[in-house]
Design a protein around this ligand. Structure first.
Ligand code: ADP
Ligand code: ZN
Length: 720
């Protein structure tokens, strides 16, 4: 009789053994359906010697229900799942869940009903219907999606379906994806680009692990260079994964890719609907999807024959997952490449110190593109000292920046103002009694969002209507917004330049790839003069007519003082500065700051990136901070404050006495309350040589805590 070990998609369960019924064929990696009590769960057959299970006598084994007709998960992916679970101290099943895309990829019907416009004009054409048809254009999707794309209610779409202006289309999850053509429209590369591309092409031809850092200033043509590596993978019939940090970036990327390769790649992100997800997952597992572009979760998909991984904007902190399995996609990408024995390219204009260090010691090979492509020059960066040249009271744009914006508009060019703060004002205060509006669930202020007229907590999503009077002292007209968010800056811009067409770009206004595409189209058509945006606009966009960038508050990122504050600030400003002057017209960047002498600012102004990084790296080395030492956060949370505190103290008290390791805390976590849970934090600081995961596993494994308490370990934390 054959007996197999199965890793089930249930975090609370360890692997279990099953009997393989007569006639069923399974091997390690096979995706199966297994009985559990009265239920049936999806799982994957695993090598019995790699995961321990409770031992059960042969006669008590239950038979598997079914083996899915899908390719088994390959050994390198199984090893990646184990490694990720091990390294990030996460349940193996939770990592497996990402590979199977929560199994939604496996279940459900084989066809979906989508809708598209027929071109018929309905008899009764209301303004809403007109807007809907206009915005839907060629788009096809679920009723809900069309409604969202057109900014109308579902009812409008359903009404249009009745009139025949929109029709239903059946889509099969087995419909193939077109294969991109490596020779569709290759660019003529510059000599430096050619040299860099050749290195990657050679690596794609060699069946070996090869980690690269593609380090080139913004606009240096990195994308064109790694496209050559993708072309080579395509010629060899192998798959490529391109990881992007932000869903908002996928749409422009898809277009650009299609221009080079004739067809769009397969997109994978959280915005996909079930049917798309299922179709993409299948095509990835059969090898039919040749190029996949996705957010971090696409890293765990079951590629049939992966030949190359590219991590674009590799320095981005959004690659760090902060919920569930708290992994860093950049690091897992390198591990996957190692296990698959393929090249991985980390592309960035501002590589992280961790990445630079790996290049420094020769583990990663650095490939540089020193200048911008073609005639484009890097923009000139200047600081505006807010103490010497302050904006008028109640305003945030300094006179010099106002003048620059004016001149930019007069030349018919576009300007971008950057402030990394959503909403209108970060705090609302009662002038009379001092009352501040705080989130009831979090240690955070309620942020005013005037566009949608409400206050919102950026941590838990709690919202309330804008208050008319102070709840404390009941004084009318005493509430004042404190400080600016992008909406407030946009108001200031409108007051200064009433004729200019402005756009606000934040996750509130660009919440879908369709919205991002719309923004890009309007920018390209010159329908926007001034963009006011958060970090969302710092990424990847290429607008040749954008020549002025103003950074409203360069000091914002420096407060808080965590390990990466200065580095992150540098990256963010360098990236947003990189949006200026990407075409033939030169760009100019003005950075407003209270501290023009701060190392970050002087590095940006002088362009002396190297000494800034050298100093930052040295400081980390001296303090034995990452990448020279290791950190792990232990977050203890509970709805009950006493329980959280007691458990955290218990963990603190039982900290093992290990050489080369120190434990700090417990102390209230930076967000002491989050979504109604009180949070305490311990920070473990260890030498690189120490297997800190092993120590923590051992330590926490011996402890018990009340049911309502959650203990999460954040290995290589980003926020602490
Ligand atoms: P990066 O990714 O380094 O920011 P991009 O790859 O986006 O730079 O290149 C910047 C601009 O220069 C883009 O508009 C791109 O199309 C153009 N470009 C880069 N290399 C070439 C080339 N060899 N031929 C034509 N255009 C190029
Ligand atoms: Zn909240």
């Amino acid at each position: 009789m054959s007996r197999v070990r199965v890793l089930l998609l249930n975090q609370a369960l360890g692997p279990l053994d099953y009997r393989v019924p007569y006639g069923m064929e399974v091997e390690p990696g096979s995706i199966v359906l297994a009985p559990l009590g009265p239920r049936q769960l999806t799982g994957v057959v695993w090598e019995a010697d790699r995961l321990a299970a409770e031992s059960v006598g042969d006669n008590r084994l239950r038979p598997l229900v079914q083996a899915y007709d899908l390719p088994p998960l390959a050994a390198p992916l199984r090893r990646l799942i184990e490694w990720t679970a091990d390294y990030y101290l996460a349940p193996t099943a939770a990592v497996l869940r990402m590979a199977l895309a929560s199994a939604s990829a496996l279940e459900g019907g084989r066809t979906v009903t989508e809708y598209r416009a027929t071109g018929l004009v309905p008899e009764r054409l209301t303004p809403q219907r007109e807007q809907a048809l206009e915005r839907i254009g060629e788009r096809q999707g679920l009723c809900r999606e069309l409604a969202m794309a057109a900014d109308v209610s579902d009812a409008v779409i359903r009404g249009l379906i009745k009139t025949g202006a929109i029709e239903a289309v059946e889509v099969s999850v087995d419909d193939p994806f077109p294969t991109p053509d490596p020779d569709h429209a290759p660019p003529a590369l510059e000599a430096v680009q050619r040299e860099a591309a050749d290195i990657f092409v050679e690596a794609v031809r060699t069946p070996d692990f090869a980690p690269f850092v593609l380090h080139g200033v913004t606009g240096s043509g990195k994308t064109e260079v790694y496209f050559e590596a993708i072309a080579e993978a395509l010629r060899r019939g192998r798959q490529t994964l391109v990881l992007l940090p932000e869903i908002a970036l996928t749409e422009p990327f898809l277009k650009r890719f299609a221009a080079r390769f004739g067809h769009e790649p397969v997109a994978w992100h959280s915005g996909l609907r079930q049917s798309q997800r299922r179709r993409a997952w299948r095509a990835i597992s059969t090898g039919d999807a040749k190029v996949v572009v996705g957010a971090r979760s696409s890293l765990f998909l079951p590629y049939r024959d992966l030949g190359l991984i590219v991590v674009d904007e590799a320095h981005e902190t959004s690659f760090k997952q902060e919920d569930g399995v708290q992994y860093h996609a950049r690091d897992v990408a390198v591990m996957r490449a190692k296990l698959e024995r393929i090249p991985v390219v980390l592309a960035s204009a501002t590589p992280a110190i961790e990445t630079r260090q790996m290049a420094e010691i020769g583990v990663y090979k650095e490939v540089r593109l020193p200048g911008r492509y073609g005639a484009a020059e890097l923009p000139d960066i200047e600081a505006i000292d807010l103490i010497a040249e302050p904006p008028p009271r109640g305003r945030w744009i300094a006179p010099r920046l106002v003048t620059e914006i004016k001149e930019t508009l007069e030349r018919g060019e576009q300007a971008l103002l950057f402030l990394n703060r959503r909403g209108y004002a970060p705090l609302t205060l009662c002038r009379h009694c001092g009352h501040r509006f705080q989130c009831p669930n979090c240690t955070a202020w309620m942020v005013e969002h005037r566009l949608v007229s409400r206050l919102a907590c950026h941590h838990c999503g709690h919202v309330m209507p804008p208050p008319e009077f102070c709840p404390e002292c009941k004084e009318p007209d005493s509430l004042v917004p404190v400080g600016p968010g992008v909406e407030r800056i946009a108001d200031e811009v409108k007051a200064l330049f009433p004729e200019a067409r402005t756009a606000i770009v934040t996750s509130d206004t660009i919440w879908s790839p369709a919205k991002a595409a719309e923004f890009v189209a309007r920018m390209e058509a010159g329908a926007i003069d001034i963009v006011v945006g958060t970090q969302l606009v710092t990424k990847g966009y290429h607008f040749p007519n954008l020549t002025l960038v103003g950074v409203i508050d360069a000091d914002l990122g420096l407060s808080g003082g965590d390990l990466r504050a200065a580095e992150r600030s540098f990256q963010q400003i360098a990236q947003v500065a990189g949006r200026a002057g990407r075409g033939e017209k030169p760009g100019r960047v003005l950075v407003q700051t209270h501290e023009p002498g701060a190392p970050v600012i002087s590095a940006l102004v002088s362009g002396d990136e190297e000494s800034f990084y050298a100093a930052e790296t040295e400081a980390r080395r001296e303090a034995a901070m990452p990448p020279f030492g290791r950190l792990a956060g232990i977050i203890v949370s509970s709805e009950d404050l006493a329980e959280a505190t007691e458990t955290a103290r218990l963990i603190g008290r039982t900290a093992p006495n290990v050489e080369n390791m120190a434990v700090f805390g417990p102390a209230p976590a930076p967000l002491a309350m989050l979504r109604g849970r009180h949070r305490q934090r311990l920070l473990v600081h260890a030498a690189r040589s120490l297997d800190v995961q092993d120590v923590i596993r051992d330590w926490l494994g011996k402890l018990e805590w009340p049911r309502g308490v959650r203990v999460a370990v954040d290995v290589d934390p980003y926020s602490f």
